[in-house]
Design a protein around this ligand. Structure first.
Ligand code: HEC
Length: 369
């Protein structure tokens, strides 16, 4: 039996009602608590993105008629919101927990109700039992095993690079959400020069000279004034370390070009750089996710779990990149960048470790005599 056997109109009606009811089931709790979320701008936008995402997942899922997907998506996204606690006031956390409960209820209701309603419509596609690592030839297994090892190593390198380029941006050792915020949003409270003069470099300069440097920064850091008043101060107090001649491999502040990067307000990454990074990441991470997911498909795990782990990195990647731009606009989104990165990393980790384990330990299928 196949639902193409149903009369055309009835089939269409069933599909449309599945679409509408499913979408409403998923979106209802979001709408109920939506007004509460307007209490805080950051939370509000988190909810808007979540809502749009949920609606997209619901529509895609229901077109494919995997009716349970929207409920799952809703549940997972709510967990995601709760996992970013610092973006949430306690009131909003209650909202999230309410979502979570409603999401869980939604899953239960979807299982019973959608099954009952549409259980009579058989799936178009027959359930095909896919190939597993057991059926793969030994050369296939070797190839898959090696490629995921190399990609896993690449990911470790990426994490190392991330650490090296982000750690300590906020003046504290190690990497934190604040460092991520500074990368995209910048440090708009002032210039790096003023920050350092009031902080680590305080004892290198007299209060009077400090006032003059700060006045120069506030008046727009012009080149003329640099030559007249700032250059002598730099030569006297700073050049022993911050000049090409010092041999200390520190930035050279004895030229206007040298000092200007720390003398202007830091607005974070430029849009141009973001667009460049976005396309590199979408191509690169998209392909890595495909290869890892492709190999992971051969694992012998419940299909629902495999689907979640295969889909998660794609969503995480898109959310991650979208929130770079949002972080540039409002640093509160740095939390979302971090959480989506964690989701991506965990999903890849599961794919790599499960696949490797099964490639090594799953016995090959017996040949039929
Ligand atoms: C004794 C050597 C020494 C002198 C003199 C000195 N600095 Fe520094 N400065 C350093 C070192 C070392 C660092 C790197 C500190 C770090 O990264 O933790 C640094 C870092 C800085 C930074 C941050 C650079 C960056 O890229 O983040 C600024 C700005 C700065 N110094 C300004 C000054 C100014 C202005 C003076 C003169 C008033 C001065 N420094 C005098 C050693 C010196």
């Amino acid at each position: 039996m196949n639902d193409s056997n149903l009369p055309g109109q009835k089939k269409l009606a069933a599909r449309i009602s599945a679409l509408v009811i499913g979408t409403l089931t998923v979106l209802a709790p979001w709408y109920i608590s939506g007004p509460l979320a307007t209490l805080n701008r950051g939370i509000f936008w988190t909810y808007v993105i979540t809502g749009v995402l949920m609606a997209t997942v619901a529509i895609v899922a229901l077109i494919w008629r995997h009716a349970l997907w929207p409920a799952w998506a809703f549940f997972l996204l709510t967990v995601w919101i709760i996992l970013a606690p610092d973006t949430l006031s306690s009131a909003a956390k209650d909202v999230s927990i309410m979502h979570l409960i409603l999401g869980a209820a939604g899953i239960v209701v979807s299982v019973f109700w959608i099954r009952r309603m549409f259980g009579r419509i058989p799936q178009d596609r027959p359930v095909v039992k896919g190939r597993t690592f057991r059926e793969c030839s030994s050369s296939e297994r070797t190839l898959y095993g090696l490629v995921i090892c190399v990609l896993g190593l690449g990911y470790c390198m990426a994490l190392g690079y991330l650490y090296m380029t982000h750690a300590g941006l906020n003046g504290k050792p190690g990497i934190s959400v604040q460092d991520i915020a500074i990368t995209y949003y910048g440090n708009r409270s002032g210039t790096r020069l003023e920050l350092m003069l009031r902080g680590q470099m305080r004892d290198k300069i007299s209060p009077d000279e400090m006032d003059r440097v700060v006045a120069w920064l506030k008046s727009g850091s012009t080149e003329d004034e640099y030559d007249d008043t700032i250059y002598p101060i730099i030569m006297k107090d700073c050049a022993s370390c911050h000049s090409a001649k010092s041999g200390k491999n520190l930035r050279d502040y004895t030229t206007y070009e040298g000092i200007i990067p720390v003398a202007t307000v830091d607005h974070g990454m430029s849009i141009e750089t973001l667009v460049k990074l976005s396309h590199i990441h979408l191509f690169g991470i998209g392909l890595v996710t495909f290869v890892l997911g492709f190999v992971f498909c051969f694992s012998t795990l419940p299909a629902w779990f495999k689907n979640v782990v295969i889909v998660a990195p794609f969503f995480a990647m898109v959310i991650d990149i979208a929130t770079w731009y949002l972080t540039k606009w409002d640093p509160v989104f740095a939390y979302t960048v971090v959480v989506s990165g964690l989701i991506l990393g965990s999903a890849w980790g599961i794919q790599i470790f499960v696949s490797l384990y099964q490639i090594i330990f799953l016995p090959a299928a017996e040949k039929k005599a």
